[in-house]
Design a protein. Structure first.
Lengths: 75, 707
């Protein structure tokens, strides 16, 4: 079974970033501060379920699409 | 010490407070332009530091998360910083760092530091950090990073003098110690760097690496140099993407211990309470849309009700001013050129200033407060269905005032494809220039009655036209997305800034900037066209105009002076170059129900749509106050169709004209700005063709169905 990703988080649920499954997106995510070992929490879901807003490391809120969130694998 | 101005560049993450600091440092001594060779907006300004003879020139570079660009705007940063010969190459770089998100902000700092340009950190948003239970030690940071760190509050101006002092000190250092790289190249990178340094005569390892990774974005490198670098990448089998990821991770490994030493956390860190509270409402599946709809309604109300007072006032004052100039100057061709050509053109521009100023003030308030980012989030899924992006919302809203500044705001869309689609469909949003046309045509054919006691039918038709424009924009985007191949992935990643109260000063700046760029950019074209139009309408081939005038004079011997003047004006116009053109295109526009007179007005409105009403007034030779809408309306309703003998402006003709103006790309300035933004004639011409086809087809359908 493939790893659980940020796109599968429920609202308010936390997870710790393990790795990324997409080369191109991984650099963008890293530069935006999503690092392996960093805790993320699903804060809000836009109407129609996409995009979502996650809290990154308690620092700030990042909005991204579900298919981008599915790049971020959780521990 | 070097002579001349000190050049300082401002670099930082989006939302770190860069433009606020820029305003705090330069005040009103700023100007906007373009970076040389590229159409990326450049803000620069000057300030003085006490105890320093020379003036400091500050350049605001586009906000970015790293020096590897993700949008066209961002390529400018390294194009300047890797090229010491660039006119904007800085003596000192100020990196603005958001203290509440130190780790991510320091990534950009370590990259900038490795370029070897003297650097200062402006540590901003300490108050936000404090509200999140974080205290940041500037002294610790300065010690660990090896650069001066000035604690500032860009919003209040606190600490700005310390920052200036730090800039002065760094600039004054003559003997620069050997650079401490945050990233140590390894393996094949070292050999590659050495060869690049040798070939291009560079002394900095990291700049050499940027030659390898970013040479396609460097305007200062010629094609042979780029090919050579590609060969080197091949030779060392350098995997660029793998390098970028491992470099970024290595940098974070360096940053983490620094951050944990400099930042003390008291309790749980959380985004500010109000931000969480507001997000739960503004991103709500029901409330989110209701509030957004209300905000849009407010914008419409402001543009169409409140701004109209000012516009009418300006319009009336301009008309009076022109009358006055006309009476003061000696009569003749020069008088006519100045008053009917140049001044009328200027007045046509000024009338739109209130609407543009109010719209951009509101957009700037939405952006400053942090709400615009939420709008992009709730609109993204909808926009994506049409091939657009959540970020397309801002240009589309701005298009309601004027497509020219709206198209300029598409620069923040990082995907070229989505940016292009947004540019192509933005002119379909009914801009404020179409309002006078809509108003007069609706007044002609729609009864001024009310339905359900509250809604005026005319108002509903007007709303319908705007809605039709929006449907046209989204529909065209969808259709175009089927034909234009998408070469890159679409993505939407957006930092949600915490909510802040917008500051009056900043909103004022934004308003001033947008008005200035509208007046200068669009204004030039509108004025040039109105002068050309004046010439075309005032002169005709040979003696045709004079002959026509004489004929009218002999025919109308008994009529009143006013009637004669009107008839003469009309006859002269018919025989002018413009009149000839109207006759020339009549066969093409006949199926839409138009005659040669409307043809002239169509041609004229190509300069700027609002010219339509004025031209109609001239063509139908209304004596007295030609700008007065009721007069124009009365005259138009009396106009007879020469073929049928019935009313010329029938319901069918009016709706046909309305359809034409909803869809047609009747605006030179928009074509000019699309040309500039897409670097060529391909897209503006495609856009012109598809919009004209759409306009023609809908006008044709409307006329044929209703007549």
């Amino acid at each position: 079974m493939s790893a659980r990703t940020v796109s599968q988080l429920r609202k308010g649920e936390k997870g710790v970033i393990k790795s990324f499954n997409d080369r191109v997106m991984s650099l963008k995510l890293l530069e935006m501060g999503c690092l392996p070992g960093c805790e993320v929490r699903l804060d809000a879901v836009a109407p129609f379920g996409d995009p979502i807003c996650i809290n990154v490391g308690g620092c700030y809120s990042l909005s991204l699409r579900l298919n981008e969130a599915s790049v971020i694998e959780l521990e | 010490m070097k002579q001349g101005n000190i050049k300082v560049a401002l670099v930082g993450n989006p939302n770190a407070g860069k433009s606020t600091l820029f305003n705090a440092l330069t005040g009103l001594r700023q100007k906007t332009g373009n970076f040389p060779g590229v159409t990326v907006e450049k803000k620069s300004g000057t300030f003085r530091i006490s105890g320093l003879e020379t003036q400091v020139t500050l350049v605001d570079l586009p906000g970015t998360y790293s020096i590897y660009p993700k949008s066209r705007d961002e390529t400018v940063v390294m194009d300047i910083l890797a090229n010491p010969a660039h006119p904007d190459f800085p003596d000192v770089i100020v990196v603005v760092v958001d203290a509440s998100n130190l780790q991510r902000n320091l990534l950009l700092f370590t990259e900038i530091n490795d370029l070897g340009i003297p650097t200062v950190i402006a540590l901003n948003m300490l108050d936000v950090a404090l509200s999140m239970n974080l205290t940041v030690s500037a002294v610790q940071l300065a010690m660990q990073l090896g650069v001066p760190v000035a604690r500032i509050n860009a919003r209040t101006g606190e600490g700005i003098n310390h920052l200036q002092e730090a800039i002065k000190q760094v600039f004054a250092i003559k003997e620069r110690p050997a650079i401490q790289y945050f990233y140590q190249p390894k393996g094949v990178e070292i050999e590659l760097i050495n060869e690049v340094k040798h070939i291009y005569n560079l002394d900095n390892d990291y700049v050499a690496l940027q030659y390898v990774c970013q040479h396609d974005n460097f305007s200062f490198l010629q094609q042979p140099a780029r090919t050579k670098l590609d060969e080197l990448i091949e030779k060392y089998s350098f995997d660029e993407h793998h390098f970028l990821v491992s470099e970024t991770i290595a940098r974070y490994d360096k940053i983490k211990p620094i951050v944990s030493k400099a930042v003390k956390s008291a309790g749980v860190t959380e985004p500010p309470y109000w931000t969480r509270k507001l997000d739960s409402i503004l991103l709500h599946r029901v409330w989110g849309y209701i509030i957004f709809a209300m905000v849009l309604l407010l914008i419409f109300q402001a543009i169409f009700a409140w701004a109209t007072f000012l516009s009418d006032f300006l319009d009336a004052s301009a008309a009076q001013g022109i009358e006055w100039v006309k009476s003061v100057l000696p009569e003749g061709v020069l008088n006519d050129l100045i008053t009917d050509g140049i001044l009328t053109g200027i007045a046509g521009i000024i009338v739109f200033v209130p609407q543009i100023a109010i719209l951009f003030a509101l957009v700037s308030i939405l952006e400053e407060s942090g709400y615009m980012a939420r709008v992009m989030v709730i609109m993204d899924k909808l926009m994506r269905r049409f091939g657009l992006n959540g970020r397309s919302v801002v240009p589309l809203i701005s298009g309601v005032a004027c497509a020219v500044p709206a198209i300029m705001t598409t620069r923040s869309i990082s995907s070229r494809y989505e940016r292009l689609l947004t540019i192509l469909v933005t002119p379909l949003m009914s801009c404020s220039a179409r309002l006078p046309i809509y108003t007069i045509l609706i007044a002609l054919v729609v009864p001024s009655t009310q339905v359900l006691g509250v809604f005026s039918v005319q108002g509903l038709v007007l709303f319908g036209l705007y809605f039709l424009g929006l449907i046209g924009a989204l529909g065209s985007a969808w259709l175009l997305s089927l034909f234009i191949p998408r070469k890159e992935r679409s993505y939407f990643m957006l930092e949600m800034p915490s909510y802040k109260l917008p500051r009056l000063g900043h909103v004022g700046f934004a308003m001033y900037e947008s008005v200035k760029s509208f007046v200068l950019e669009a204004g030039k074209v509108i004025m040039a066209i109105s002068i050309i139009l004046w010439v075309l309408a005032s002169y005709g081939p040979g003696d045709r105009m004079q002959d026509a005038e004489n004929k009218v004079l002999t025919e109308m011997g008994a009529a009143s002076q006013e009637q004669i003047d009107a008839a003469v004006g009309s006859a002269r116009l018919e025989n002018s170059y413009a009149g000839q053109f109207g006759h020339f295109i009549e066969p093409v526009i006949k199926p839409l129900g138009y005659d040669w007179k409307i043809g002239i007005a169509l041609l004229a409105s190509f300069a700027a749509r609002e010219v339509f009403v004025g031209t109609m007034a001239t063509i139908y030779s209304i004596s007295g106050d030609s700008e007065d809408v009721p007069t124009v309306k009365q005259r138009l309703s009396q106009e007879k169709n020469p073929d049928t003998g019935g009313q010329m402006f029938t319901t069918a003709v009016c709706y046909s004209l309305l359809m034409f103006y909803v869809f047609a790309m009747m605006c030179m300035s928009t074509i000019a700005v699309v040309y500039r933004e897409t670097h060529g004639w391909k897209w503006p011409l495609i856009q012109l063709a598809y919009l004209m086809a759409l306009a023609y087809a809908s006008a044709f359908a409307a006329y044929q169905l209703l007549s």
